[in-house]
Design a protein around this ligand. Sequence first.
Ligand SMILES: Nc1ncnc2c1ncn2[C@@H]1O[C@H](COP(=O)(O)OP(=O)(O)O)[C@@H](O)[C@H]1O
Ligand code: SF4
Ligand SMILES: [Mg+2]
Length: 322
Amino acid sequence: MHTLVEMRGVKVHFPLQRGETVRAVDGVNLALAPGEAVGLVGESGCGKSTLARALLRLIPLSAGEVWFDGKPLHRLPERELRPLRRHMQIVFQDPMASLNPRMRIGHILAEPLEVHGLARGKQAWQQAGRLLERVGLPSEYLHRYPHEFSGGQRQRICIARAIATQPRLLVADEPTSALDLSIRAQIHALLRDLQRELNMAILFVTHDLHAVRQVCSRVLVMYLGKMVESAPAERLFTAPAHPYTRALLDAVLEPRPSQARRPRNLPVGDVPTAVRVPAGCRFHTRCPYAQERCRVEEPELRAVDESHQVACHYPLSAEAKP
Ligand SMILES: Nc1ncnc2c1ncn2[C@@H]1O[C@H](COP(=O)(O)OP(=O)(O)O)[C@@H](O)[C@H]1O
Ligand code: SF4
Ligand SMILES: [Mg+2]
């Protein structure tokens, strides 16, 4: 498989006072194929945003490598990263914070075209109009300012800006978490359509599993800085192999009739802090299937089959659904 993005052994540690360290990302391997839509899920604080930023080299790595289209991002100085930025864009959670309130939408959208030398002046403005239309807004809105739009419209504008340079990779970090429930699905559909139309890879970071199903063909599950499962989306939803994935699904999916009255929650207890990561399997403090071995030996990510990987000593089988 030709890969667009590859992360190898990536760690991002944040030093705290008193010699402690937040192990936000703690040894992750990941590969994205060109045009692939991949979801990255996990509870808040498990390192998703940090991983996304490390992938784009928006923050430095503590260890490991990130390759983009065969180029070693981890080694390139900022000057050499700049021209590559055109091909890797990001959409953040809060669309208002990402748009300059004093700039007209037309200028906001023309800016990346001009910065990367793709269009200038009137031509850039016209392209900006087409971008607006592409994300479902009329091109007359080019003259308006960000505060004149709703949250959902602003996120459409952020998406338009992100695709202006026709990137090969779009990272969307919880792009709808700040939006009303009623408009989330529209934004997810827009992302999916753009991904297909532009043949652009997407890393869709979210804790919304329904959204992942809508947008992505493959899903990665992260827990406390580590990848614990990777599977095709349908497979992950119907036959998760990691107890943590199973717990995430149980918390959101329709209860099966036999279990209709069981409270559906995430596993007992809170996520341990990324400062004091449990030994062995980091999920053992919350896992209903934990055995002695889990407390001492950390499970590596290994193949269940060709397309499905799991980091667990006792993965769930497709039938075993106690
Ligand atoms: N700049 C930072 N300094 C210290 N700790 C950080 C920093 N950024 C993130 N963290 C910590 O790293 C962990 C992972 O955070 P984050 O990547 O934002 O998780 P997620 O996006 O999955 O919610 C959390 O414990 C968070 O508090
Ligand atoms: S390795 Fe053990 S503790 Fe970890 S998820 Fe698997 S069964 Fe649970
Ligand atoms: Mg986050």
